[in-house]
Design a protein. Structure first.
Length: 445
């Protein structure tokens, strides 16, 4: 495993069994393995039913779901003002609780605003040339509220190393989502079955998660200290001030193909692209998120104690490249056959889109699990500039494709721009780590 660095000494060289034993017993490895196992199982559950769903629902149905989730995803990000990331930083438990409560207050306000937006569901649907969206837009406030609540709970569980609760949510959410999608499809509810399943599943999964953690982990959150919440909101104001715009720009940038191309190329083409993102990006995003949570908690702890972090990052990057490059090279050649076998005939465009995103995915595997570096070292303002530049480049690429009336050209340019910016961000992260190591050594000496 490349999650930890080993100290070379005579004992480890002479006794390999001891090395393996230490690896297996490492808390970092245990936590990573727990989340990764849950994510793999959760994704396996989702992927197993996709051949059924692809033959049950049309690309147009998937396109409508992707449009709904793209809008809801952006509102969900705004809902917590990014205060979930502040939960891991304070040493004081009361301050961490106040950070979560500050995020929850923001979540309640944004959810109420999204409830008011239901009155304008018809104009919103017309904006994206998707009239069926208006029929299901009333579910948006519930989706936004559940998304925000889980973001906060997720990092609360991470702080307390309740990775089992996170795993429970992931598995139950995918089980409920997959089961209800098949069920609604069998009942003939094809127009909104995918959307309804995507909204209800996380709500019930949160309830299951809370049920098992209420007494020891959740109940203390109900003690609300107004002054302390206000103080923490001001102390960690960089998160809503810099991190939120960065994440919002990044998420909006990530959803640009769906939001911008929908009126020009129709729901079916968006459905093909959405399926490509589901099969290629989302499983990796789930795994990267698991690593991110464990790495974030561990790195924040080491930085608080002024310990070295560079060997871990170098090892992680090297080993991820050794795995990703040959794997994606092989995947490129077998994708057309794989898409037809898995999804059935008529889904060829999905393989084309996945091929276009492979170089970007390889860099994403490295960058995403360590993207918390900007938050730990309070570099959110610089990170925001990166995302603004990326947004501009991607917007230009998609605009060129729209002008040329070529969706493949638009998507290719979109991912090329993302690959270049991600490579520059990785170098920037390494530079931040190197500066920390120099300052740490100077402090020690």
């Amino acid at each position: 495993m490349f999650f930890i660095s080993l100290h070379k000494n005579k004992q480890t060289v002479l006794n390999p069994k001891l090395v393996i034993s230490k690896l297996i017993s490492s808390e970092l490895v245990k936590n990573s393995s727990k989340l990764l196992s849950a994510n793999i199982l959760a994704q396996a559950i989702a992927l197993i039913v996709y051949p059924v769903l692809a033959r049950m629902y049309s690309p147009n149905d998937f396109g409508l779901m992707n449009l709904f989730l793209s809008i809801g995803g952006i509102l969900g990000l705004i809902s917590t003002a990014e205060y979930q990331y502040a939960i891991l930083l304070p040493k004081s438990e009361q301050k961490a609780t106040a950070c979560l409560q500050a995020g929850f207050v923001c979540c309640a306000i944004v959810s109420a605003a999204s409830l008011l937006s239901v009155c304008f569901s018809v104009p919103i649907a017309a904006l994206f040339d998707a009239p069926n969206l208006a029929k299901w837009y009333w579910l948006m406030p519930l989706y936004v509220f559940s998304t925000g609540c889980w973001s906060l709970l997720n990092y609360w569980y991470t702080r307390h190393k309740r990775f089992g609760a996170i795993s429970t949510y992931q598995i139950s959410q995918n089980l409920l989502s997959s089961g209800t999608k098949v069920g609604f499809g069998a009942m003939g509810m094809l127009s909104g079955g995918l959307i309804l399943s995507s909204v209800l599943a996380p709500v019930f999964a949160i309830g299951i998660s809370i049920k098992h953690t209420y007494r020891n982990t959740i109940r203390p959150l109900f003690l609300f200290r107004k002054n302390q919440v206000k103080t923490c909101a001001e102390e960690y104001v960089k998160f809503p001030k810099y991190s939120l715009p960065r994440t919002l720009v990044n998420n909006f940038s990530g959803n640009l193909p769906i939001l911008l191309l929908s009126p020009f190329f129709g729901m079916s083409e968006i459905g093909f692209f959405g399926m490509a993102m589901t099969l290629a990006f989302r499983p990796m995003n789930m795994i990267s998120t698991s690593l991110y949570q464990v790495f974030f908690q561990r790195t924040a702890e080491r930085v608080q104690q002024k310990e070295s972090i560079k060997p871990f990052f170098v090892k992680f990057i090297r080993n991820t490249l050794l795995i990703a490059v040959p794997s994606f090279a092989l995947l490129y050649f077998i994708l057309p056959w794989l898409a037809t076998f898995f999804l059935g005939s008529g889904w060829d465009s999905t393989a084309t889109y996945i091929r276009m995103m492979l170089p970007w995915l390889a860099l994403f595997c490295i960058l995403s699990p360590i993207s918390y570096i900007a938050d730990i070292f309070q570099k959110q303002n610089t990170y925001l500039l990166f995302d603004i530049v990326l947004f501009i480049i991607r917007s230009l690429a998609l605009s060129i494709g729209i002008f040329m009336q070529n969706i493949h050209l638009a998507i290719l340019g979109y991912f090329i721009g993302g690959t270049i910016i991600n490579a520059v961000q990785l170098l920037w992260f390494l530079n931040i780590v190197n500066k920390y190591e120099k300052e740490r050594l100077q402090t020690i000496h």
